[in-house]
Structures are given as structure tokens and as C-alpha cells.
Design a protein around this ligand. Structure first.
Ligand code: CP
Length: 334
């Protein structure tokens, strides 16, 4: 494995093998597996879980890591091509990224969507511009339209929670004060489809996932014997659901238009997961969310603090899942 950019680069069997490796490293630690190896982590956007879990995972495998957060102790990085650099950024990624890559054995990059032009973000323009500058194993720590590390951890959580392969998996839009990127909803729907689940995307009008994302999810569902359906009808979506995966994202109908997006979400405050969302679900229906989550805006305290929530397990599983990725990228066969 040379790059971990997109779960879609792997077959269902290959993803299952990665999950099995994560489980093995959990039960049979290999504290010297990556001795002497260095992981670089470049965060163009904030993080709690991704930043901490990759450093912890590298340490548990005997390696070490460094973190760069441009503008916070290190130079601000310019990403645009051809600009006169007379602003805040003192260094361009065209020097900065190759320099960082030269210090490490693998590099992880987080670069969110720019959030102004949907086609540009769907093309992963920002992340790909950076990825081209890396001549080492590369990990996507969350790009405009993808979060493969979260998706891998979530697959493991579903397995541990004994959610059947064919179960109904509802990815539901939930309320947030402002537009958030499409990375997690896109990666989550694809992951559940590749797992072979009955995937339902529940979202209000104006928040439909883009065609390109839906086509990719549909292809994964077809390959794994699953299905995909999209609806704005909450009662229909939640009927018989085994998993509600709550996630906030920005309006796709008004992408990049902050005021229009705000106007659309003004009347959607009731898209907060409460106990009554589970009235017609399977009795053991679980609540998932990638975190961070705004309590009582996206999900009510009563659900987050109740027995249905597996959000902390999802966050924990980032650690073994990422250890498996690091092991595959950096461990040379004996
Ligand atoms: N879920 C997730 O990626 O969390 P962070 O943004 O805190 O890394």
C-alpha cells in the first residue's frame, strides 16, 4: 500500500482485511513494528481526534511523529498557484510540502473543502495539488469530499456492534449553525454501501448529496449487494433503521452562498436527533456521529448520553484503524 486516500481505492475484502489488522494490533500489540519511522502530519484545518490518534498510534507502534499547523508556530502556507505572495503566508506549499516529506517516512495531510465552488471541491483540487508534491506514502486526514480514516474506524465500530451487513443504515442530515463540508457524509455513505448495507440518505430539501457522490455510493452498493435511497421523509427513512448516522453538512443547492444557506437552515432546527426519532426504528438501533458534535443542536443530550450512542467507540476506533493503515504503509515484510 502506497497511499490511503479513499476507501474506494480498496475492495470490500481489502477493507475487511484492514479492519482485521486493526483488531489484531489491538489484541496483540507490536510496540516495535515501526521503530525508527517518522510520520509527518500537516493540518491545514483544526482537529482533535485525527491529530491525537495518529500521534498515539505511531507511538504505540514504536515510531514517532511531528505535527505542523500552519500559522500556529509555523509559517502560514500559500496554496494558490501564481499569486504574488505579499500577504500573511510566508511560504508556499510547493516548497513547504516537499521539505516536510523529506523529513518523514509518511505524510498525512488535512485540507478541507474551500466551500465556494462545488465542482472545484468535488474534484479535490486543493488536496490533489498538495498530494502531487509528496513522494512518500500519503494519508488523507480529511479532504474536501473524503475522510477515509473515519470511514475505516466506523466500519470497525459497526462490526463490533454486531450490525448485520444488510441492515438499514440511515445517514441523516442534522442541524448546525453554519455550513459544514461534505467529506464525512460522502465517505460515510460510501463506507456503508461498500459494507453491503441498505443505505438511506435522509436530508431536507436543498441538502441533497451531489450526483457525483451518489453515483460513487451507488456503484459501491452494487458491488457489495447493498442499496441506496435518498429521501426528505423522516418517518419513511427511520422506519426499521438499525443505525442512525447523524451528520451536519452545507446546502448543496446554495453551495458557497453563506446567506442563502443560513436562510435554508433557519427553519430546520427540529433536525436534532431526540429519543422520539427511535420510535419506529429497530429496538436496538444505534446512534453514530464522527464528532465533534454540538449538543442539543445536532443531537440531544438524552441520545448522546443514552445507551444507543456509540460515538465514543467510533472516536476510540480511530486509533486501531489508523495503526492498521500505518502498519500497511510503513512496515516492510520480514
Ligand atoms: N472526526 C474527526 O475527524 O475529528 P477531528 O476533526 O477532531 O479530527
Amino acid at each position: 500500500m502506497q497511499r490511503f486516500i479513499d476507501l474506494a481505492d480498496f475492495s470490500r475484502d481489502e477493507v475487511q482485511a484492514l479492519v482485521a489488522l486493526a483488531q489484531r494490533l489491538e489484541t496483540s500489540p507490536e510496540p516495535q513494528a515501526l521503530a525508527g519511522k517518522v510520520l509527518g502530519l500537516l493540518f491545514m484545518n483544526p482537529s482533535l481526534r485525527t491529530l491525537a490518534s495518529f500521534q498515539a498510534g505511531m507511538a504505540k507502534l514504536g515510531g514517532s511523529s511531528f505535527v505542523i499547523t500552519p500559522g500556529q508556530g509555523t509559517w502560514q502556507l500559500e496554496t494558490r498557484r501564481g499569486v504574488v505572495m505579499n500577504g500573511a503566508a510566508a511560504e508556499h506549499i510547493r516548497e513547504g510540502i516537499p521539505v516536510l516529506a523529506s523529513y518523514c517516512d509518511a505524510l498525512g495531510i488535512r485540507a478541507f473543502a474551500e466551500g465556494t465552488d462545488l465542482a472545484t471541491d468535488l474534484a479535490e483540487t486543493r488536496f490533489n495539488e498538495m498530494a502531487k508534491l509528496v513522494d512518500k506514502p500519503l494519508i488523507n486526514l480529511e479532504s474536501a469530499m473524503n475522510h477515509p480514516c473515519q470511514a475505516l474506524a466506523d466500519w470497525k465500530t459497526l462490526d463490533e456492534t454486531s450490525v448485520p451487513r444488510k441492515a438499514k443504515f440511515v445517514l441523516s442530515w442534522v442541524s448546525h449553525p453554519k455550513a459544514l463540508p461534505l467529506a464525512v457524509p460522502a465517505a460515510t455513505a460510501h463506507m456503508a454501501a461498500l459494507r453491503g448495507m441498505e443505505v438511506v440518505v435522509l436530508r431536507p430539501d436543498g441538502f441533497a448529496l451531489p450526483d457525483a457522490i451518489m453515483q460513487k455510493v451507488r456503484a459501491a452498493a452494487a458491488s457489495a449487494g447493498g442499496s441506496l435511497h435518498e429521501t426528505a421523509d423522516r418517518a419513511e427513512a427511520l422506519d426499521g433503521a438499525t443505525v442512525i448516522y447523524a451528520k451536519e453538512w452545507g446546502s448543496t443547492a446554495k453551495y458557497g452562498d453563506e446567506d442563502a444557506d443560513k436562510e435554508l437552515r433557519r427553519g430546520l432546527k427540529d433536525w436534532c436527533v431526540r429519543n422520539d426519532w427511535f420510535e419506529r426504528t429497530a429496538t436496538d438501533c444505534r446512534l453514530m456521529h464522527c464528532l465533534p458534535v454540538r449538543r442539543n443542536s445536532a443531537i440531544a443530550d438524552e441520545v448522546l448520553d443514552g445507551p444507543r450512542s456509540v460515538v465514543l467507540r467510533q472516536a476510540y476506533n480511530r486509533l486501531p484503524a489508523e495503526m492498521a493503515v500505518l502498519y500497511r504503509l510503513l512496515r516492510k515484510p520480514a
